[in-house]
Design a protein around this ligand. Structure first.
Ligand code: SAH
Length: 195
């Protein structure tokens, strides 16, 4: 098996792993009553950008010659680093889902019984699930030796993050007021102690 085939398998396994982690939570939140949903259409457009960059473009790279012109030489070190980063992102993704539980949503929503989570990984940063997605995008950049399919995830998820984060924090402030203000004052957004 070539290194390139191994990279495709790792990437596909990562996507399946991500979905297996998410599935039970998707079922669980269906039962929750939503009392505030913001900018739904806009959120769906942003989600499409993210899906394109993290999903569709690397899938096309893995299964078709579409981006072959942008391939570059690969090394076992790059493969190993990409795989490790992918594992780290999935670990963090699982932790954030467990901590956030029924308060999680794909788009910006507040539930009837919404609780502000400040424990677990949320004690260190206020958007650890987005940290996990950035790690995934970084893993894709390292794992895929292609100038288009590699960085596509960072661009796609970066767009979602940039256009969402302000509105998400505004929604949390509107809902939890001083509790969220105090929580924000003692936490970073994505990287503990840095940003
Ligand atoms: N931005 C967070 C959560 C992503 S899921 C993270 O990256 O980990 C998005 C939903 O989570 C939002 O609709 C919001 O309702 C909810 N949310 C965000 N931060 C939260 C928190 N600290 N406690 C409870 N719910 C939160």
């Amino acid at each position: 098996m070539t290194l390139l085939v191994a990279a495709k398998i790792v990437w596909a396994a990562g996507c399946i792993g991500w979905y297996v982690i998410r599935l039970p939570f998707e079922r669980k939140v269906k039962r929750e009553r939503v009392i505030d949903a913001r900018d739904r259409l806009r959120e769906l457009v942003l989600l499409s950008c993210s899906t394109l960059g993290l999903g569709i473009v690397p899938l096309l790279w893995a299964t078709s010659p579409a981006f072959d012109g942008a391939n570059y030489p690969y090394s076992p070190v790059q493969f190993a680093l990409g795989t490790l980063t992918f594992l780290f992102s999935l670990w963090l993704f699982r932790r954030t889902h467990r901590d956030l539980g029924k308060n999680w949503s794909v788009t910006l929503e507040i539930k009837d019984a919404h609780k502000l989570i400040t424990g677990g990984v949320y004690r260190h940063v206020r958007h650890p699930m987005y940290s996990a997605f950035f790690l995934w995008a970084l893993a894709q950049l390292i794992l895929i030796p292609n100038w288009i399919a590699g960085p596509a995830g960072l661009i796609g998820f970066g767009i979602l993050y940039a256009f969402r984060i302000g509105r998400e924090e505004k929604m949390m402030l509107d809902t939890f007021g001083d509790e969220y203000r105090a929580y924000s004052a003692r936490t970073a957004r994505l990287i503990p102690g840095v940003y």
